[in-house]
Write a protein that binds this ligand. Sequence first.
Ligand SMILES: Cc1ncc(C[n+]2csc(CCOP(=O)(O)OP(=O)(O)O)c2C)c(N)n1
Ligand code: SF4
Length: 292
Amino acid sequence: MTVEAFHKMENMKPKDYKSEVPTTWCPGCGHFGILNGVYRAMAELGIDSTKFAAISGIGCSSRMPYFVDSYKMHTLHGRAGAVATGTQVARPDLCVVVAGGDGDGFSIGGGHMPHMARKNVNMTYVLMDNGIYGLTKGQYSPTSRPEMTAYTTPYGGPENPMNPLLYMLTYGATYVAQAFAGKPKDCAELIKGAMEHEGFAYVNIFSQCPTFNKIDTVDFYRDLVEPIPEDHDTSDLGAAMELARRPGGKAPTGLLYKTSAPTLDQNLAKIRERLGGHVGYDKNKIIALAKP
Ligand SMILES: Cc1ncc(C[n+]2csc(CCOP(=O)(O)OP(=O)(O)O)c2C)c(N)n1
Ligand code: SF4
């Protein structure tokens, strides 16, 4: 989208904000609800498309950047987080958002997730969790329930699913939230909070795949989720972890945890300051500047 076209949208309501590129997801796919949430968040924050970078790996979910009017990179499977980290450090003025699936994020990309969290990269990670690999026509994923029969698991799965919320809380994410794609307004609210947050913000969103995941249906997710109690203290890491464990078998939706900590780009800026603003590649100069 051009800057001129963006400015025409200035008075647009969130519901009128649409992709200029036709979406390619199956009818009934939960990813539509998440896209709606991203549009609403962008429109409500009035984010200029030239200040927004949508980055993804590979998967149905990872097609999201095509449908968002912004800078975009559709990168390698599982590598969106690494590319986003570089983007954020090089362009800290941009709102950097990764969108991708449970396969992209926690299978092949699983090695990158803890590092974005511990480095506190100032970005938003929207994980579109449908408990299956959709793009490759239905294989078991790290968040699949053992009951799910799929292409690779015709007799059900031999593994227990991972807990993405506990994982991100453990590795130091400074904003952790969960939503269901069937409630796009809630998705928008939490994505908006994530975009406004200074630090690594992780939003896990349950998203049905009616084409290949026949057990995690809309009704299943409706029964599974439960809003976080209003008196939950979002600064209490222990309480957030307790909720993430799904007490009573219910998956909490809403903001679990939020804290403030220096971000990777802030820490790098401090080091640059210590080096007298030197950012070049003159080895001798760097050694001289780095001497205590
Ligand atoms: C290096 C590499 N390995 C495997 C693949 C095949 N592949 C493409 S997408 C995908 C998984 C997609 O699942 P997920 O990230 O959960 O997204 P969804 O399609 O369910 O939205 C796989 C295994 C690939 N493209 N590249
Ligand atoms: S295969 Fe599943 S995840 Fe992919 S677009 Fe279709 S419904 Fe959505």
